[in-house]
Design a protein around this ligand. Sequence first.
Ligand code: ZN
Length: 63
Amino acid sequence: MKNPEAFGEIEVKSIQPYQAVKKYICPGCNRDIPAGLGHVVIVPIEAPDLRRHWHRGCWNKRI
Ligand SMILES: [Zn+2]
């Protein structure tokens, strides 16, 4: 999901380091987001099942 805006309205949730208990793959750079690293979750309002975890920096600089 490179362009979450395609799903319409999205919600951006901040995940604090203590909340990051699993490893994720960031769709922005295809690299790991290790457990314990603060990041953001992008949640399409209409399709919350399609939420994705992104590095904060990757989300902020995506085109
Ligand atoms: Zn990334």
